[in-house]
Every structure is written in structure tokens, then in C-alpha cells.
Ligand binder design. Sequence first.
Ligand SMILES: NC(=O)c1ccc[n+]([C@@H]2O[C@H](COP(=O)([O-])OP(=O)(O)OC[C@H]3O[C@@H](n4cnc5c(N)ncnc54)[C@H](O)[C@@H]3O)[C@@H](O)[C@H]2O)c1
Length: 246
Amino acid sequence: MMFADKVALVAGAGGGMGLNIANDLLGEGAHVCLADIKPRPADIRGGPGKSTYCQGDLSDGGFVRSTVEQTVADFGRLDYLVNTVGVLWFGRDLSLVEVDLETWDRVLDINLKAVVLTTRHAIPQMKAGGGGAIVHFSSTQALRGDVAAQDAYAASKGAILALSKSIAIQFAGDGIRSNAILPSATLSPMQERWQGKEAEIGASIPIGRVGTTQDQSNACLFLLSDKASFITGAELVVDGGATASV
Ligand SMILES: NC(=O)c1ccc[n+]([C@@H]2O[C@H](COP(=O)([O-])OP(=O)(O)OC[C@H]3O[C@@H](n4cnc5c(N)ncnc54)[C@H](O)[C@@H]3O)[C@@H](O)[C@H]2O)c1
């Protein structure tokens, strides 16, 4: 098992990619705290790693602090942090000239500040344990503009790339790596609107299909693992070739 007795916090693990990643880590022997604003999902894998579930708002500093503290109290250390937490609010997140600024602030709070909070509280624990690895989920949206502007989402995902590199440089000497994954079209609760349209969307992607949460989890576990021990501050596009063809 690749992660036997390691400890991970997956922020945004109530469904989608985060839940898939948490389940794969549990299967590889890691103990995992799954955190999300949603209630506990029924399909958390039973082991061999142990799991806990913390329900709350990851943009709330008090909740994040207590979640990290509880994880270390439960499992004794913290080795990995995965930030999949995020929202994409179709029809509400618009061009910067149209968007309601409360929506703007809330998207930035969830997509960016939550990442700052989880990382801020995780790093001292990783330092205490002699190192760690962090994977943040950005988006290929950070690499290009969008004719249907969702400016708060795009800005938050661009900021994650800069932040991940800064974390990588600041804490490399502590044995902590930080990398970003940039998914594009991936079937998950966030993209419910694509149900039944998978073939149509997949036809526009060079590999010929939409992504799955398993595709993203495979990339994430690689970046967390020691197989990626010389990779930090990097951006891994996981998009079936969509970006390469633009
Ligand atoms: N699915 C895609 O096509 C796609 C493409 C590019 C990037 N991404 C990014 O990948 C990441 C994972 O996306 P996903 O497709 O699994 O979506 P998802 O909606 O299934 O997962 C996001 C999770 O974040 C949680 N969350 C939202 N607000 C929260 C809050 N305030 N506090 C705690 N939890 C909160 C949600 O409840 C949800 O479980 C996201 O950051 C997303 O922006 C997704």
C-alpha cells in the first residue's frame, strides 16, 4: 500500500473528486479526514485506512482550525492536504461588470480563502512531522479567458496557481511539496448539467471522452506520493488533451 499509516485531510470530500481521492487514499492505507459542508456521504470506503468526517464551512477559519486539530488528535500527524473545495455558480458568477459583489466575495472565500486556511493550519503540522505534500485543484479555466465569463471562478483558480508556487518555494526546505492539478471537463456533482451529454462533450476532447473523478484522483495520488518527490510548484493539466488543442 502506497500510503500505509499516512494521514490526509481532504477538503471538499463530500462528493465528486474529493470523495474519490479520499476513498483511494483509504484503500492505500492512509487515515483520512474528509471535510465538507455537505452531510457525510454514504459511500465512504471502509478501509484499510480509518476515516473521520467533519461537516462545516471550509471558508470559516474556526472550523478549519478545529478540523486540523481534530485530525491530528485522531491520527497523530498530518502528511497530506488535498484542496478540492470549490464552487462554480452558473448564472450567478458572471462578468466582473455584472456580477453581484456578494457573489464575487463568496466565491473567492470558498475557492481561495478556504485553500489559504487549510494550508495555513496544515503546514505547522506537516513541519512537526518532518514534511508533507499538498495538492490544490485549480482548473484549465485559469489558463484562458471564457466567452461565457465566470470571472470570480476564473480569478480564484488563477490565484491558486500563484499561491501553490509560493507555498512550494517557502516550504521546500521543510520537506513540504505543493502542486496544482488543472482539470477540465470532469463528470461530478459540480457538472450535473452534463448528464446525458457526455458523448457530445467528449467528442470535442482529443482523447474522445469527458474526464472522470478517477482520472483526477489518479493524478492527485501520484503528486502526493513519493514517486513525485522531486516535483513541487508544478501544474499538472488533466484534461484529455483539451488545452493542447486550443
Ligand atoms: N468537475 C469539473 O469539470 C472541474 C473542472 C475544473 C476544475 N474543477 C475543480 O475541481 C475541484 C473539485 O470539483 P468537483 O468536480 O469534484 O466538484 P464537487 O462540487 O463535486 O466538489 C466540490 C466540493 O466542495 C464542497 N464545498 C463547496 N463549498 C464549501 C464550503 N464552503 N465548505 C466546505 N465544502 C464546500 C462541495 O460541497 C463539494 O462537495 C473544484 O475545486 C473544482 O473547481 C472541476
